[in-house]
Design a binder for this molecule. Sequence first.
Ligand code: NAD
Length: 501
Amino acid sequence: MTASTPRIPLLIDGEFVQSATGHWQEVVNPATQQVLAQVPMATMDEVNAAVAAAKEAFKSWRKTPIGTRARIFLKYQQLIRENMPELAALLSAEQGKTLPDAEGDVFRGLEVVEHAAAIGNLQLGELANNVANGVDTYTLMQPLGVCAGITPFNFPAMIPLWMFPMAIATGNTFLLKPSEQDPMVTMRLVELALEAGIPKGVLNVVHGGKDVVNAICDHPDIQAVSFVGSTPVGTHVYNRASQAGKRVQCMMGAKNHAVVLPDANKEQTLNALAGAAFGAAGQRCMAASTLVLVGEARGWVAELVEKARTLKVGPGNAPGVDVGPVISCAARSRIEGLIASGVEQGARLVLDGRNPQVPGFENGNFIGPTIFAGVTTDMRIYQEEIFGPVLVILEAETLDEAIALVNANPNGNGTAVFTQSGAAARKFQEEIDVGQVGINVPIPVPVPLFSFTGSRASKLGDLGPYGKQVVLFYTQTKTVTARWFDDSTLGHGVNTTISLK
Ligand code: NAD
């Protein structure tokens, strides 16, 4: 770090301001350990100022016509497209993922911005005409007020974009708390949002860790909290913010099983599995981290290992790289510790990616594709989310056995089945107890016409981010029952019953 290391600002009431805190954390390039910036752990006064700005801005923003709100997001999607190469480079440098995958991260967020631009078609109430004599009932979907978002390190573009565009498009104001590990691309996206026309105070940003998150959970002027991150932190946020009376949605950790039947298209399936297990160095909540080979597909391990072995490990910005570094030295040690536990507990390490040679990047947090076969459900490598480029392989005799195995795992983020049989795929889709299912699609993250629908231990709160569900999450449905008196509705006299006449 040098005196010129940039310090990341907060955004409060339309101004990018330097934090007055004494606590700063380094943002580090995981391929080189170069310090890219310093991020502040904001003070409680700063959190309060950001919430106060959002509360004030809500007074006028809630009355802003829906077309005006929509046009800001039309402009915003254009700005994101124009700045895509810069955004991807920034993201790759601080997060580690490859440039094409970094573009994918921005693109999956951009799709939500496009959806937010269609808010006029989404925030629609219902009307029932003549529910009683001269009486109509209709609904309004009104914004809640100040909403907040807390995001993880692994999708520093997509996940903030899951949150503030739809919250703001529905008429709320927003406080974002990005991951302190890679907040730079998030801040660039926030700058572009202001350039697109988001008025002052409507979007605010504070940085920090546990204390700032707790302050968000407790703050009486915040109405709703959207969280994406690990299961222990998400559970804490859900409990604490719910206790404070807020609406809360938490998308959390995972252990996604891909079930492979022997009639699957082998080449396509193995390619899909290698990509979904090792892409983004396995740091995706929807990574296919657990493979269940059924029947004769149990003989496919050696070919999968050969495919994984060919993947190139290196810095995210180098051409041809498939697997970048993991986010931090601490993450690398944790993942290596889990690999060691797998060996100790008797799994077969058929591909060991530890300590790969990456010339010129000896200090990077690299782990190459790693595969365990012969894994059983009692092992730590099966029970814990590894969140690194490690695939664990289990076996099943039949599809029924595979379905029972997946359903016995507490997580419910995603799963996939690979088969050429429509009947088998349909059985899987019907019987599997996981919220997002892929059929020959390894990472079934739905596009924003739908919502992200992780389930069971991977999620708390009933409504998911983006799509139709998030319009309900960020609004209060108000029903209005109305009668306008005219000659036909007069003359009923006093009615002391509950019924509408
Ligand atoms: P994390 O839980 O460590 O951090 C998430 C956020 O919580 C960050 O903003 C962080 O500052 C804050 N935080 C961290 N520790 C805290 C504490 N003790 N108290 C209060 N706040 C705290 O998660 P991460 O490591 O950044 O992200 C990886 C995790 O996120 C994985 O478990 C992954 O599966 C999950 N994830 C889930 C989804 C999904 O949609 N289900 C998507 C992406 C990531």
